[in-house]
Design a protein around this ligand. Structure first.
Ligand code: FES
Length: 119
């Protein structure tokens, strides 16, 4: 299996600095895509799953502050780059993060092979 499976999320201009965007990768054959949040922190972009590990709510409904994103439902705060829970890094499950790259002006993330085969 190849580890080099990248999913295109759109042009870099769709992800302005100091904003975060929620989107879904496209599934095929009736399979769901993956819900992601792309955060642009001063020109550096990061991708996290748009699902808070605490109770499964959409993390992207929250606000970003520096390198953190705060879930609006119960206030858990996660590190945007590592996905770790800031307040309970050892006790709580981190948010999934995805490798992200910009190729030819397009933002791409690397899903696991299983997910990529669904898209
Ligand atoms: S669902 Fe995010 S903190 Fe509870």
């Amino acid at each position: 299996m190849s580890n080099d499976t990248w999913t295109d999320l759109g042009p870099e201009s769709d992800f302005p600095a100091d904003e975060h965007s929620c989107l879904n990768t496209e599934g095929t054959n009736g399979t769901p895509g993956t819900a992601v949040v792309v955060v642009n922190v001063k020109g550096e972009m990061y991708a996290l799953e748009n699902r808070c590990p605490h109770a499964g709510r959409p993390l992207g409904d929250g606000a970003c502050a520096g390198m953190t994103i705060i879930c609006p439902y119960h206030g858990y705060t996660y590190h945007i780059k590592t996905g770790k829970n800031i307040d309970f890094p050892e006790e709580e499950t981190p948010v999934r993060t995805f490798p992200l790259r910009v190729e030819g002006g397009r933002v791409q993330i690397q899903l696991t092979n299983d997910e990529a085969e669904q898209t």
